[in-house]
Design a protein around this ligand. Structure first.
Ligand SMILES: C[S@@+](CC[C@H](N)C(=O)[O-])C[C@H]1O[C@@H](n2cnc3c(N)ncnc32)[C@H](O)[C@@H]1O
Length: 310
């Protein structure tokens, strides 16, 4: 498969669609992302305000990331699961010790090419990276990109031993506080597979936080339409059973050794995050939620990760 053929796969199509939404929403001032224009040039068609607001709430809701960096004084790792084509690393104002993106090998194969291509050809992208990449610490092979701070890894999240093995090879340290971020990813796995994923994260890492942004209220009419639309594009939501309610979202974490678990729907998140004039207005779709869980002990001292919330 060629580097760009993945855009014609079901996941490639979804990833490109999300990129286009980000590109459009940032062009309308919902939030600032000076980097997404390098990932996707076209503005695409006009997007419905509810869609822009949904992603605006997601970006605002994911501010756990900044809070986690502050709480750990950047002495931490961030693992973005099912990252797709993602600009988060570039948007960070301060960097963790390690920032790792994981997605299917084929997806990350393409993303690595795109990132390295952009890295070489787009000076504005190069500038913020220059301190983190040095040419000799940048290593690229078929499925991965490795540097001191930023790694892009190809792995199937359902294959826990394989994932664990790869993360070890990229020097992820189980003793360092670690934040796992997943945005609309676990829903593509069966409930059993995603439970194993969150279980592995809490078993392996001494101090950790898991933030999961994904569908909720999927039994409603709105949710059913979303399922049908995705099925038409060969995207099967195998984990939709966990996306029935905030309770079912929390339950996935409560079944394992995560200590503090909470969840909010995006309508609530949207009402509490700061809003500028453009984003102000009606609400975001009721079909999305954010669920977070912490496990908190660093060198026998509690870090207060449970305070990293809304
Ligand atoms: C809907 S896209 C979301 C992409 C990105 N998180 C975002 O919000 O823009 C789902 C992503 O999860 C990835 N994914 C789904 N199942 C996966 C698995 N078993 N292993 C690795 N990646 C997976 C897909 O390749 C895709 O990039």
């Amino acid at each position: 498969m060629g580097a760009y053929d993945f855009f014609y796969t079901a996941f490639g199509h979804v990833i490109l669609t999300i990129c286009l939404i980000f590109r459009y929403a940032t062009s309308k001032g919902y939030w600032t992302d000076p980097y997404v224009q390098y990932f996707v040039r076209s503005l695409g068609e006009r997007k419905a305000p509810e869609i822009n607001r949904g992603y605006y709430a997601c970006v605002g809701g994911m501010n756990h990331l900044d809070a986690f960096l502050r709480k750990t004084v950047c002495n931490c790792q961030i693992v973005k699961l099912g990252a797709g084509l993602d600009t988060t690393f570039w948007r960070l104002k301060v960097l963790p010790r390690k920032y790792i993106e994981v997605d299917f090998p084929m997806i990350k194969h393409t993303c690595s090419y795109i990132v390295v291509y952009l890295f070489r050809t787009k000076p504005p992208l190069l500038k913020p990276l220059i301190e983190t990449y040095s040419t000799d610490s940048l290593l690229l092979n078929g499925h991965s990109l490795d540097s001191d701070r930023h790694c892009i890894i190809g792995a199937d999240l359902r294959d826990i031993p394989g994932l664990d093995d790869k993360l070890k090879k990229f020097h992820l340290n189980p003793k360092l506080p670690t934040l796992f971020l997943s945005e609309c990813v676990l829903v593509y796995m069966t409930p059993d597979q995603s439970s194993k994923q969150v279980n592995w994260a809490s078993d392996t890492f001494h101090t950790a936080m898991f933030v999961n942004y994904e569908q909720v209220n999927m039994m409603d009419r709105f949710g059913q339409v979303m399922i049908e639309n995705l099925q038409r594009r060969q995207c099967n939501l195998a984990g939709v059973g966990v996306c029935q309610s905030l309770e079912s979202q929390k339950e996935r974490f409560l079944k394992t050794v995560w200590e503090n678990v909470d969840a909010l729907d995006m309508v609530t998140v949207y009402s509490v995050i700061p809003q500028d004039d453009v984003a102000n207005g009606t609400s975001s779709p009721p079909t999305l939620s954010i669920c977070w869980a912490t496990k908190d002990k660093f060198k026998q001292v509690h870090m207060g990760l449970s305070q990293v919330a809304f």
